[in-house]
Write a protein that binds this ligand. Structure first.
Ligand SMILES: Cc1ncc(COP(=O)(O)O)c(C=O)c1O
Length: 405
């Protein structure tokens, strides 16, 4: 099945203005189906949940549908395994807080040097409790997190390994299922950052057997709301970070305060859209495998976008890719970063800005990576595409880059 780009683009109202959106790893455009639901909730059912009157019951149903959509999208085994929150950063911080009592001084946690700080900093904070935090460095030849490098760091005190499903800078896909199996064999749990992965490929958190997994829907065609998956048996053991009288109710004990109701309801629009891409009427837990069709079409199209840009960058003297020179959709997402000898990343981007093309420079909060590559302060130029981008848009960008670098 190939991607019906006319259909795809018609679902994102912002794309009609002719601007080229290529800062999608920062935040994607939002689906009409999402915006409609958010508006509808705000204007038709803006009441507090949990009461017995009709409107409250209806609002509660909408929010429950949004929660269910998140669980189906992630591939959780059950609804309660998905905790919603304002951002991935907040959710990982809450997780680390709720896990704190599970660590003894001398226990070890591994983080990477390639990831967004969201899955690093909350674990660093455990050092105050005597936890030893080790760093798994990305291999800058393969631009991948290599098992052998991790294996050297694991000991019988390692309790948790934190890494990403895809990098938001170098674009590499990491083999989460395989890494998780090996890490489990060594007696540790995993916490995976799926934020840069979720807009591109299908998530299967239960099948992958991950312990914790986080994503943000504003990078996945939806609103500013995020989700943390945790295996039910692990969530049961986490401390309550909500009101004492909520005791151990999952997921509420990990969801202090109200959810954002309208944004939660908006998530149903993402699931509906992905179902339509797969030619399905409705998707539930039982038939979610059918989403694979739509994701496959996305992957094939994305590979084409990556290849067009990479083919150009290969020809330009002085361009250094910060990431794989490989467009295969099973190895990377179409997030392509580079630096150019003799050109400042900021200057390149500002020149591109004038042409109504949105790309970006910086460290993208993958600060350890950019620092280790000695690329501060202005970091890399990042072109981050998603499936609604077109080959013509990539060619338009190339035409501009050709006058700049
Ligand atoms: C890979 C990755 N992880 C985590 C985050 C943080 O997400 P949030 O803004 O929801 O905290 C980002 C945001 O750019 C990201 O790209």
């Amino acid at each position: 099945m190939s991607l019906n780009l006319d259909f795809v683009r018609s679902q994102f109202p912002a794309l009609a203005d002719g601007f080229v959106y290529m800062d999608n790893a920062g935040g994607s455009q939002v689906l009409q189906s999402v915006g409609d639901r958010i508006r509808d909730h705000l204007l038709a059912t803006p009441v507090q949940l949990g009461a017995s009157y009709e409107k409250s019951v209806e609002a509660g149903r909408r929010v429950a549908d949004g929660h269910l959509a998140a669980a189906i999208l992630m591939g959780a085994a059950r609804l309660e395994e998905v905790v919603l929150g304002s951002s991935a950063t907040q959710l990982v911080s809450n997780l680390a807080l709720a896990m704190r009592g599970q660590f003894q001084p001398g226990d070890e946690v591994v983080v990477t040097n390639v990831d967004h700080q969201a899955n690093i900093e909350p674990w660093w904070r455990l050092e105050k409790e005597g936890v030893v935090v080790k760093t798994w460095p990305v291999n800058t030849t393969t631009w991948s997190l290599e098992w052998d490098d991790l294996a050297r760091l694991l000991t019988d005190r390692t309790k948790l390994a934190c890494f990403s499903n895809a990098s938001n800078v170098i674009g590499t896909l990491h083999p989460v299922e395989d890494l998780t199996r090996r890490i489990h064999e060594r007696g540790a749990k995993v916490c995976v950052d799926g934020v840069a992965y979720a807009p591109h490929r299908m998530m299967n958190v239960a099948a992958w057997d991950v312990d914790y997994y986080v994503l943000s829907f504003y990078k996945m065609y939806g609103p500013h709301i995020s989700a943390l998956y945790g295996k039910y048996e692990h969530l049961e053991k986490l401390a309550n970070i909500n009101h004492f009288f909520l005791g151990d109710v999952i997921p509420y004990k990990l969801q202090p305060g109200n959810l954002n109701f309208e944004l939660t309801y908006g998530l149903t629009g993402i699931l509906d859209y992905l179902a339509r891409l797969s030619n399905c009427e409705t998707i539930g837990f039982a038939n979610r495998d059918q989403l694979a069709q739509g994701y496959e079409a996305i992957a094939v199209h994305e590979e084409q976008l990556s290849e067009v840009l990479l083919a150009y960058l290969r020809t330009v003297p002085g361009v250094h890719l910060i990431g794989l020179d490989d467009s295969s959709h099973d190895r990377r997402v179409p997030t392509i970063s580079f630096v150019v000898e003799g050109h400042d990343s900021q200057t390149i981007v500002e020149q591109v800005d004038r042409h109504r093309i949105g790309i970006r420079f910086g460290d993208f909060y993958a600060r350890q990576l950019i620092e280790s590559l000695d690329l501060l302060p202005n970091g890399v130029v990042r072109v981050s595409m998603v499936h609604y981008n077109t080959v013509e848009e990539v060619q338009r960008l190339i035409g501009v880059l050709d006058t700049v670098i």
